[in-house]
Ligand binder design. Structure first.
Ligand SMILES: C[S@@+](CC[C@H](N)C(=O)[O-])C[C@H]1O[C@@H](n2cnc3c(N)ncnc32)[C@H](O)[C@@H]1O
Length: 333
C-alpha cells in the first residue's frame, strides 16, 4: 500500500498533498480523520498509502455523496469499508466521531475553505465569475448570502466585508449594496459583483474587485472562523500520543487561528487569562504537543504553476507527545 498517490478526482486538485502525507505520516492500523473531505483527494491518498481507517467529514451533502461512491474501493477485512463518512461541520468533530464510537485518533487533517466543486458550480453561488443564485452555503441550511446582503444594516455589512473580506473600501461597498437593494433585492452573484465593481476599481494585482467582498460574505454565511476555532479546541483532545494535526489554510484570518492554537498547545503562548470566564472551564495541556512546523510550509513553485489555487496555501502541523490530560468526552467549553 506504499505506492505513489492514486489519481485524484479531476473535480478538485488536492493542495500540498505530498506535504500533507509527509506531516500526517499515516501508519498501518491507524485511525485518521479528514475533516474537510471535499473531493476525497487526501482521503484517497491516506487510504491507499496505509492499511488504516479514515473518517471523512464534510458539511456539504454533495461531498458526502461523492465519498459514498468511493467507499467500496477501500474494503476492510470484514466486508465493510475503511472509509467512513460523516455529514456535519468539523466544529462538531468530537460528537460526530463519538457517534461512531471513536474517541481518539492518530491523525487529523483539515484543508480549509471551499472546494473547486463548490466554486465551479454556478448554482452554489460562490463565484463572481459565473452567474448563479446568491447562496454561498456549504451546507443546505441557514441564511444565504442573499439573505445577508438584503437584510443586514449597512454598518454590519461593512464590518463583515472589512473583517472577513479584508476590503479596505468596505464602507463604500456596503453603501452601494444598500442603495442597490432599495431598487430591487440582490438575488444573483452577477448583480452583487456588478455593484462591487461599480465602486471598487481594479488594482494592479489583476484581482477582481469583487473577490474580497465575496470572501467576506462566504466566511460570514458559513461561520468559517467560528468553525475553525471550535475544531482547534477539540482536535488536541482527540489525538492519541504520536497523533498529528495537519492544517492547510488559505488566508491570514484562518492561518492566524491555526498558528495561535498550535502555539498554545505546544506551550509557546500564555494560556488565556484567569479572568477570562472560558479559561475557568477549559483546561489547557501546554506541554502535550510539539510543533512540527516553525514557519508555515508553502507549496513549491511547480505546484503553484500547475494549480494556481495552491498559491496562498500554508501548512502547519503539530504532534501529540504525551497522553492527553483532557478526557475526550469532556465538553469543549
Ligand atoms: C478545500 S476542500 C477540501 C478538499 C480535499 N482536501 C480534497 O483533497 O479533495 C474543503 C472542503 O471542506 C468542506 N468544509 C469547509 N468547512 C467545513 C466545516 N466547517 N465542516 C465540514 N466541512 C467543511 C467544504 O464543504 C469542502 O468540501
Amino acid at each position: 500500500m506504499n505506492g505513489p498517490f492514486p489519481p485524484h478526482d479531476p473535480g478538485h486538485v488536492p493542495v500540498m498533498l505530498a506535504e500533507v502525507m509527509e506531516y500526517l505520516a499515516p501508519h498501518d492500523g491507524g485511525r485518521y480523520v479528514d475533516g474537510t473531505f471535499g473531493g476525497g483527494g487526501y482521503a484517497r491518498a491516506i487510504l491507499a498509502a496505509r492499511d488504516c481507517q479514515l473518517w471523512g467529514i464534510d458539511r456539504d451533502p454533495a461531498a458526502i455523496a461523492r465519498g459514498a461512491a468511493l467507499a467500496p474501493a477501500f474494503p476492510d477485512a470484514r466486508g465493510g469499508s475503511r472509509l467512513h463518512l460523516l455529514h456535519g461541520g468539523f466544529a462538531d468533530m468530537a460528537d460526530l466521531l463519538a457517534g461512531d464510537g471513536v474517541t481518539t485518533v492518530d491523525g487529523i487533517v483539515l484543508d480549509l475553505g471551499v472546494s473547486s466543486y463548490q466554486i465551479d458550480e454556478a448554482e452554489r453561488g460562490f463565484s463572481f465569475r459565473m452567474d448563479g443564485p446568491l447562496d454561498m452555503r456549504m451546507n443546505d441550511t441557514g441564511p444565504t448570502a442573499a439573505d445577508v446582503v438584503n437584510t443586514l444594516p449597512e454598518n454590519e455589512l461593512a464590518d463583515i466585508i472589512y473583517h472577513y473580506g479584508e476590503e479596505r473600501l468596505s464602507r463604500r461597498v456596503a453603501r452601494a449594496i444598500v442603495a442597490a437593494r432599495a431598487e430591487a433585492p440582490l438575488l444573483r452573484t452577477s448583480q452583487l459583483a456588478d455593484v462591487v465593481r461599480s465602486v471598487v476599481r481594479p488594482d494592479r494585482s489583476g484581482i477582481d474587485p469583487a473577490t474580497r467582498t465575496f470572501q467576506g460574505l462566504r466566511i460570514h454565511v458559513n461561520d468559517e472562523l467560528g468553525q475553525i476555532t471550535r475544531v482547534l479546541e477539540q482536535a488536541p483532545r482527540l489525538l492519541a500520543p504520536g497523533g498529528r494535526l495537519v492544517v492547510v489554510s488559505f488566508h491570514s484570518l484562518e492561518d492566524r487561528l491555526v498558528k495561535q492554537a498550535m502555539s498554545r498547545a505546544a506551550g509557546r503562548m500564555p494560556a488565556p487569562s484567569r479572568h477570562d470566564p472560558r479559561a475557568m472551564t477549559a483546561r489547557a495541556a501546554p506541554a502535550d504537543f510539539r510543533l512540527l512546523t516553525g514557519r508555515p510550509i508553502r507549496p513549491g513553485d511547480d505546484e503553484t504553476r500547475r494549480n494556481p489555487r495552491a498559491r496562498s496555501a500554508r501548512l502547519r502541523a503539530m504532534e501529540c507527545i504525551a497522553p492527553s490530560s483532557i478526557p475526550a468526552s469532556e465538553p469543549a467549553e
